[in-house]
Design a protein around this ligand. Structure first.
Ligand code: SF4
Length: 585
């Protein structure tokens, strides 16, 4: 039986408790188990930045083993950016290190009276003063915490000044270039006066039958993971999507005005390969999808596709060096590159269309880089304006028609007018516009609503369990049959694909119950005005909108398929089938 570390920052105490055995076969780990712990601990009405809010960090059952791409770690809390339930996950090696130290997860409560960091050195766990780290960027904070534990290679989670300022799209960095990226995870730490966590673990993760476990791991690695459908992650990584999405006509350009970037070759995979210094992998991963790049003196691990598009094409910036500098500033100061890029592109359009002059214009590099620091430090009026994110920025100046978000979360880099499936995925995601719940960009017909609704529901359920088992998105061919076989070998007891399928659906419905109890309704399952009213310019889907009538049809089908009412409320029959009928929120 594993255990949780329970950190009460108000009391200054650290204790442990055994994992809740009754939840393990229903929620499994990472996202699902963290969600169950979280919904048990807080009211859905909690203020995300109040001491009463709780943050749950959770590893997955196979984390720290030889199974490739199985060590992602999740954080669950209520988002200060969206007000929804929010799951964010990170790769790298912190999750395995936490397991080697003897813990499956961490529950963080309360608020420290002065800045602290959490030091985990196997079973020696303490809260230490972080006064000397205040105001430091993530890179320096991680070095200081590593020095404090006296072990090179200790794993770290850290926040920068953006999170100390509780900017609602600040993030938590890990090992320099990995992040709990979206939804304001950094502000959650900032609100608790928690500057970071450093961990060293010298133990091991045990499996039931090592011979069978290694045989199964080897089999799936050779016969499923390392196949043509997945190897793009090893060769190109996510920058390959620059060409793919342009070809599809779904590459957001100039604040989602166009679906095609005529200068894409400045930011595509070939440009990244030309700037590449080397690769980097998460623990136990043969893909090593991370690409270190350098242009002149600008260096980064990345940029990933979302940053190339939302910090590049969507701001009409076609200078890879500038995008690398933008990425590095965000990574060090502690801002989510997606929301930051999207909010800047909104301010550019507001400036150019005469709504308000932020002195930010499409394609203008100097101000684009300057504003990142101003946002993170709240040092100028325009910085303070943009620090609120797209929804609040647009609302302040009456520019709602230009704001590209759903439930307050800025959209990822896939244009819904060119692929209605992405629109359905954004409208129905529990955390706002998100591409990590369903990703139907390869659908045969990108405008076949009925087929796309079904694809989205299936993908949401599958991804709910996949993230709960800690698997990386880039094992694109994995399914619950493979997951069940690997879990059976690891646990030494039978696990079926059917129970994993049901767990995925359970997690999705529990998230929905939380959001309903937090005040969200079917009216929030919507899309930005621009997507529904303004025809897309350029590319294969020029002239398209995703109309309100189409969205209403899609939502009706979606609710029916999920066995939810016309108001988007899960039926009592569905809740009973999933064992959620007695869950009180
Ligand atoms: S494919 Fe990339 S993100 Fe996924 S586990 Fe491997 S290195 Fe990490």
């Amino acid at each position: 039986m594993g255990k949780m570390l329970v950190v009460d920052l108000t009391a200054g105490s650290v204790t442990t408790e055994p994992l809740r055995a009754e939840w393990l076969r229903e929620y499994w780990g990472a996202w699902g188990l963290a969600l169950r712990y979280y919904t048990d601990a807080v009211s859905p009405e909690v203020d995300p930045l109040a001491p009463e809010n709780v943050v749950v960090i959770m590893t997955a059952p196979l984390c720290g083993t030889m199974v490739p791409l199985a060590s992602r770690m999740c954080l669950v809390s209520k988002s200060p950016h969206t007000g929804t339930i929010f799951e964010s996950n990170v790769g790298g090696s912190f999750g395995p290190e936490l397991k080697y130290a003897g813990y499956d997860g961490i529950i963080i409560k309360g608020r420290a009276c002065a800045p602290v960091f959490l030091k985990i050195d196997d079973d020696r766990v303490s809260l230490e003063s972080a006064e000397h780290m205040t105001g430091q960027g993530i890179f320096e904070t991680e070095k200081l915490m590593e020095a404090a534990i006296g072990a090179h290679g200790a794993k770290t989670l850290a926040i920068g000044p953006a999170a100390e300022n509780m900017i609602t799209y600040s993030m938590i960095g890990s090992e320099s270039y990995r992040q709990f990226g979206r939804g304001g995870t950094g502000a959650l730490f900032g609100s608790k006066n928690l500057k970071g966590i450093v961990c060293r673990g010298t133990g091991a993760v045990r499996v039931a039958d090592m011979a069978r476990f290694l045989e199964r791991t080897d089999y799936y690695t050779k016969n499923d993971l390392l196949c043509d459908d997945n190897l793009w992650a090893k060769t190109d990584g996510t920058p390959i999507l620059v060409e793919v999405t342009n070809e599809m006509g779904i590459h957001p350009t100039r604040n989602y005005t166009k679906g095609f970037n005529g200068r894409k070759e400045k930011l595509n995979s070939d440009a990244i390969q030309a700037a590449k210094l080397g690769n980097r992998a998460c623990a136990s991963c043969p893909m090593a999808c991370g690409k270190f790049t350098r242009v002149n003196s600008a260096e980064i691990e990345g940029p990933e596709y979302e940053t190339l598009c939302l910090g590049g094409s969507n701001c009409d910036i076609h200078d890879l060096e500038a995008v690398i500098r933008f990425n590095r500033l965000c990574d060090d100061l502690g801002l989510d590159t997606m929301t930051c890029g999207s909010t800047i592109s909104l301010a550019m359009e507001m400036t150019e269309s005469g709504v308000h002059n932020f002195n930010l214009r499409f394609g203008q590099v100097d101000e684009y880089l300057k504003i990142v620091y101003e946002i993170a430090t709240l040092s100028t009026e325009r910085g303070r304006d943009l620090a609120k994110g797209a929804k609040h920025l647009a609302a302040k100046y009456g520019a709602e028609a230009l704001s590209m978000e759903v439930k307050g979360l800025e959209m990822p880099a896939y244009e819904p007018r060119g692929n209605f499936g992405m629109g359905i995925a954004y409208a129905t995601s529990e955390r706002g516009a998100c591409h990590l719940r369903a990703f139907p960009i390869f659908a045969t017909d990108p405008h076949d609503l009925e087929a796309l609704v079904s694809d989205v529901v299936d993908a949401q359920n599958a991804n709910s369990i996949k993230w709960s088992l800690g698997f990386c998105d880039f094992w694109g061919t994995i399914n619950t049959t493979i997951e069940a076989d690997l879990m059976s070998a690891g646990l030494g007891e039978p696990v079926s694909a059917e129970e994993l399928d049901r767990a995925g659906e359970r997690i999705w419905n529990l998230s929905r119950l939380f959001n309903l109890a937090a005040g969200f309704t079917a009216a929030d399952d919507t899309l930005p005005k621009k997507i529904m009213e303004r025809p897309l310019e350029g590319g294969r889907h020029e002239g398209r909108v995703f109309s309100r009538a189409d969205l209403a049809r899609a939502m009706q089908s979606y609710y029916e398929l999920r066995d939810w009412s016309a108001k988007g409320i899960p039926s009592s029959r569905k809740l009973a089938a999933l064992g959620l009928d007695t869950t009180i929120l």
